[in-house]
Write a protein that binds this ligand. Structure first.
Ligand SMILES: Nc1ncnc2c1ncn2[C@@H]1O[C@H](COP(=O)(O)OP(=O)(O)OP(=O)(O)O)[C@@H](O)[C@H]1O
Length: 244
């Protein structure tokens, strides 16, 4: 499989001098197209920074990030904004829906921002996949948390992005609803052939992925294929993630 995202020797330092924090230290990693990757690690290990650098939301201090063959370093903010709008999807812990727009308007918002017309067949497919066919005219406030996250997932998919990035996408959901959303994300990869990269603290969530990348102190400490919740939890314990 080809890598849709490629990080080479990516370092990120926040601040300067005495107060400088190295959030990522020479991280190299590839995300294969059509795969589901979970990113785990102790608090402060650099997971969000990894995601933000990979997605063009943050600029590395050094190193190279390529998305679908495009080198991100050196791109100006306008070009990065355009890239994020047209080639990347995001799902956050807080669903970030616009309360005055109905479900369909929320889902198609990235297209309107990019000045693109919806591909009706794709739109119908994703609305069906996320199970919102009967609710396209509802406002976010009329939906449950799980349904709101399904709208956010459909919105992330509407541009047919090269990769969907999730930052704790199930963090605000109860256990059962979180499972449903994880099954959906799995289906987005296995059924629609999309690529998903998800930061999570939850070993059960990580077990839905094909591969788990473990970060520790700004470095990739390990990678695990075919993860199970138990194996992931055990690896996290060895990384000192849940020390009291
Ligand atoms: N904007 C910032 N300014 C200064 N330091 C930052 C900034 N963002 C992150 N850091 C620091 O960089 C390191 C990595 O942070 P990051 O948020 O990537 O970790 P994380 O693994 O996502 O943590 P958590 O699981 O707690 O969300 C931490 O030490 C953090 O304090």
């Amino acid at each position: 499989m080809t890598d849709v995202v490629r990080l080479d020797a990516v370092s990120k330092v926040y601040g300067k001098g005495q107060g400088a924090v190295a959030a990522l230290r020479e991280v190299s990693a590839g995300i294969p197209r059509g795969s589901f990757t979970a990113v785990m690690g102790p608090s402060g290990s650099g997971k969000s920074t990894f995601l933000h650098c990979a997605a063009g939301l943050d600029t590395p201090s050094s190193g190279s990030v390529r998305l679908g063959g495009t080198e991100l370093s050196g791109m100006n903010e306008t070009a990065l904004t355009e890239l994020r709008r047209s080639r990347v999807g995001f799902v956050f812990q807080a669903f970030n829906l616009i309360s005055s727009l109905d479900v369909l308007e929320n889902i198609t918002l990235p297209l309107r921002l990019a000045g693109r017309k919806p591909d009706q067949a794709w739109l119908t497919e994703i609305v069906r996949r996320v199970g919102l066919e009967g609710r396209t005219g509802h406002l976010p406030a009329q939906l449950s948390g799980g349904q709101q996250q399904r709208v956010a997932i459909a919105r992330a998919l509407v541009v047919r992005p090269e990769v969907v990035f999730g930052d704790e996408p199930t963090g605000a959901l109860d256990t059962m609803t979180a499972r449903d959303v994880l099954v959906l994300l799995r289906e987005v990869v296995s059924g629609l052939g999309q690529t998903v990269v998800m930061v999570t603290h939850d070993p059960v969530a990580a077990s839905y992925a094909d591969t788990v990348l473990f970060l520790a102190d700004g470095r990739i400490a390990d990678a695990m294929a075919a993860p199970t919740a138990d194996k992931v939890a055990e690896r996290m314990t060895r990384l000192g993630a849940w020390k009291r």
